[in-house]
Ligand binder design. Structure first.
Ligand code: ZN
Length: 111
């Protein structure tokens, strides 16, 4: 836990907003899911190609498995990246901290 103090009233009751982190995570997940859909198509065709070697049942299973994995990995990866980028934005650009006592907002610049 980091120690934060309000520059205005020296209160230590500081809330962090993490606006960009939340937005970034959401946007990232959406973007990831979109690219995951592309990944799902690739995964599906790869799964189909591999599964076809194993026969009709294999091609169906391969298509489903490939598509599922592609979409899941895309969304998880996108969310991770989006949250990481958002955190950097929060920390360096936005006033991420809000004082519970006086309502002053400030950024948590590290010395
Ligand atoms: Zn304050």
């Amino acid at each position: 836990m980091t120690f934060l103090q309000c520059p205005q009233c020296q209160s230590t009751r500081i809330k962090t907003k993490n606006t960009a982190k939340k937005a970034g995570g959401t946007l990232g997940a959406l973007a990831g899911a979109a690219s995951g859909a592309a990944g799902a198509l690739r995964g599906a065709s790869l799964g189909l190609a591999v599964g076809t070697l194993a026969g009709p049942a294999g091609s169906l299973f391969g298509t489903i498995a490939g598509a599922t994995l592609g979409a899941l990995f895309g969304a998880a990866f996108g969310c991770e990246i989006g949250a990481a980028v958002g955190e950097v934005v929060d920390r360096n650009i936005l006033d991420n901290c809000c004082c519970s006592d006086c309502g002053h907002t400030f950024s948590e610049k590290r010395p």
